[in-house]
Design a protein around this ligand. Structure first.
Ligand SMILES: NC(=O)c1ccc[n+]([C@@H]2O[C@H](COP(=O)([O-])OP(=O)(O)OC[C@H]3O[C@@H](n4cnc5c(N)ncnc54)[C@H](O)[C@@H]3O)[C@@H](O)[C@H]2O)c1
Length: 381
């Protein structure tokens, strides 16, 4: 069982402003135990189907199920195997059929209790079953709390690539309980930290400075530091999503480090060899280095970013990918060519003019990127 904080202070609330699809993200402690009341107090008395994975179920399912059962609103629970492979058509079919077997009606709710894998999969199922039922995200990884549970992107992976099948389906409520992170393996915590750092690097230099000064308090999960980290990251994401819900403009900034990162992740076979956040950490450093080569950002900023991510225990170079063989430039370019960020045959990159000053660029030549990667992999600048 997770450790619980004895006296929970009131949660911080970040509003995601999307007109009639607006919703709150509550950030605090003790939220899981009170989840059933919170859900019903805010969203009405609906039957709730819980979707989770085996690891999360072991630590955190009981208080949620008990709360829902006490209100007579627990429709059932689907427990899936943990891991990226669960974001598949087969799991999607299984979840949808189970939701229908439970008799979930249009007014029902899907509660996604888990990391980004469960959030993305359950979110997709919720958007499809009965042409859409409401969704509550209860993110249990740092990555899901700072990023994936907010903004409404759902998805599964196919042999053609990651997240290529999905929908936009905003949750009706997000409950980010800091207590649940205490059972998270340290490597998974670092994995999520990258996405928080990303918010500073793409648009909030003051937040990145705060992270440089406070990352050790964050790593120790000190409550005040964690609240600040989450509230700032979620507010950053909420502002971008409110400006560009369906990623036709500004929302692409959230992909800082992801073009290179996704290629590395795919190359490593979406395995424990390289987690998503670790791949993005390397991708962010590469995006800063490519920006420096293009004369957009100074060397000092590149060093600052790399030093911070390295001090937080994250990989920062392609050479840091463990095991062999090492990635090669041609293979990475081929994967990037499949990436959905390609438009009219050109690669879209998020580049930077400084810390906190990212922008979308569609005019980086593929040949220049390949040359850059060849030199990076060979250890030449
Ligand atoms: N929708 C979006 O906007 C968005 C944004 C970023 C990432 N994503 C997606 O998120 C996914 C990655 O999410 P993730 O990093 O949360 O991975 P994950 O969901 O696989 O969780 C990582 C591991 O931690 C375990 N776990 C989860 N919570 C735990 C807890 N509290 N205690 C102990 N173990 C726990 C899980 O069982 C799993 O083994 C990727 O598929 C990525 O594409 C989506």
């Amino acid at each position: 069982m997770s450790q619980r904080t004895a006296s929970a202070s009131p949660p911080a609330t970040v509003r995601v402003d999307l007109g009639e699809r607006s919703y709150d993200v509550l950030i605090g402690t003790g939220l899981l135990e009170g989840a059933a009341e919170l859900i019903h107090g805010r969203l009405g008395a609906a039957r709730c189907a819980v979707v989770t994975d085996e690891n999360v179920a072991r630590h955190h399912l009981a208080p949620l199920e008990q709360g829902l059962a006490a209100l007579g609103r627990h429709a059932g629970t689907v427990v899936l195997p943990p891991g990226e492979a669960t974001k598949s058509f087969a799991s999607l079919a299984r979840v949808c059929e189970r939701l229908l077997d439970m008799g979930l009606e249009r007014g029902g709710l899907v509660v996604a209790l888990g990391g980004g894998v469960i959030g993305d999969l359950a979110g997709l199922a919720a958007s499809l079953v009965r042409r859409g039922v409401r969704l509550v995200q209860v993110p249990t990884t740092l990555l899901a709390q700072v990023d994936s549970s907010v903004g409404g992107k759902t998805g599964i992976n196919t042999p053609q690539g990651k997240n290529l099948v999905g929908t936009f389906h905003q949750p009706s409520l997000v409950l980010a309980d800091l207590d649940v992170l205490r059972t998270l393996p340290p490597r998974q915590f670092s994995n999520g930290y990258v996405e928080a750092a990303k918010f500073g690097l793409l648009g909030d230099a003051a937040f990145f400075g705060w992270l440089e000064r406070n990352w050790q308090a964050v790593a120790a999960q000190e409550a005040q530091a964690m609240r600040h980290l989450l509230a700032t990251s979620v507010a950053g994401k909420a502002a971008i999503v409110a400006r560009d819900e369906t990623e036709t403009g500004d929302r692409m900034l959230l992909n800082l480090g992801h073009t290179f990162g996704h290629a590395l992740e795919a190359w490593a076979g979406y395995s424990d060899r390289l987690l998503h956040g670790e791949a993005v950490a390397i991708g962010i450093c590469l995006a800063f280095e490519l920006s420096r080569e293009l004369g957009l950002v100074d060397e000092a900023s590149v060093r600052r970013v790399t030093a911070h991510l390295a001090s937080a225990g994250l990989p920062t170079r392609i050479a840091d990918v463990p095991g062999s063989p090492s990635p090669d430039a041609a293979a990475l370019m081929a994967i990037m060519g499949q990436d959905k960020k390609v438009r009219d045959g050109r690669l879209t990159f998020i580049l930077v003019r400084g810390i906190g000053a990212a922008f979308v660029s569609r005019d980086v030549e593929a040949a220049a990127v390949q040359d850059f990667l060849v030199r990076r992999i060979a250890g030449r600048t």
